[in-house]
Design a binder for this molecule. Structure first.
Ligand code: ZN
Length: 132
C-alpha cells in the first residue's frame, strides 16, 4: 500500500517537519518490521533528515542553501526556478528509514523534512511501507 500525502506550503522555500505525518502511517498499517520509503513526486521539492529540536537548524540550512544556489543567476531554464531544480537534485527526492518494533529508527534529534524549494504550492509525497 502507498500512502498519498497532501501538503500546502506557504513560502517560496521552507523546511516542513513531516515526521508525525509519516509515523501516522505505521499506526494505520499496524506495521512492525521493515522499511519506510518516502518519495517526493516533484522536481522543485525534496526530502531530508536533520535536527528538529532547534528551529535555528532548518533556518541555517535554508539560508546556506540559498547562498550556495542563488535564485537569480545566468540560468537557461525560462520558468525562472532553476535554483529549485538544482536544490531538489542536491537534497534528493527519496529517503529510506528502517522500522523496528513499529517505530521509525530515527535518532533522538532526527526529524524528516519536506523541502519546499519553489512555493507556495500544493504538494504531494508518497510513503511506502515494505515488510521484512
Ligand atoms: Zn522549472
Amino acid at each position: 500500500m502507498v500512502f498519498d500525502h497532501k501538503l500546502s506550503t506557504s513560502k517560496r522555500q521552507e523546511l516542513i517537519d513531516i515526521t508525525t505525518l509519516v509515523e501516522s502511517n505505521l499506526k494505520v498499517e499496524n506495521f512492525s518490521e521493515g522499511l519506510c520509503v518516502i518519495f517526493i513526486t516533484h522536481t522543485t521539492a525534496a526530502v531530508t533528515i536533520n535536527e528538529n529540536a532547534d528551529p535555528d537548524v532548518p533556518r541555517d540550512m535554508l539560508s546556506k542553501l540559498k547562498q550556495l544556489v542563488p535564485e537569480k543567476e545566468n540560468y537557461h531554464h525560462l520558468e525562472g526556478n532553476s535554483d529549485a531544480h538544482i536544490l531538489s537534485t542536491l537534497i534528493g527526492c527519496s529517503l529510506s528509514i528502517p522500522i523496528h518494533e513499529g517505530k521509525l529508527l530515527l535518532g533522538t534529534w532526527q526529524g524528516i523534512y519536506f523541502a519546499e524549494l519553489d512555493g507556495p504550492r500544493e504538494r504531494r509525497f508518497k510513503v511506502k511501507l515494505l515488510a521484512g
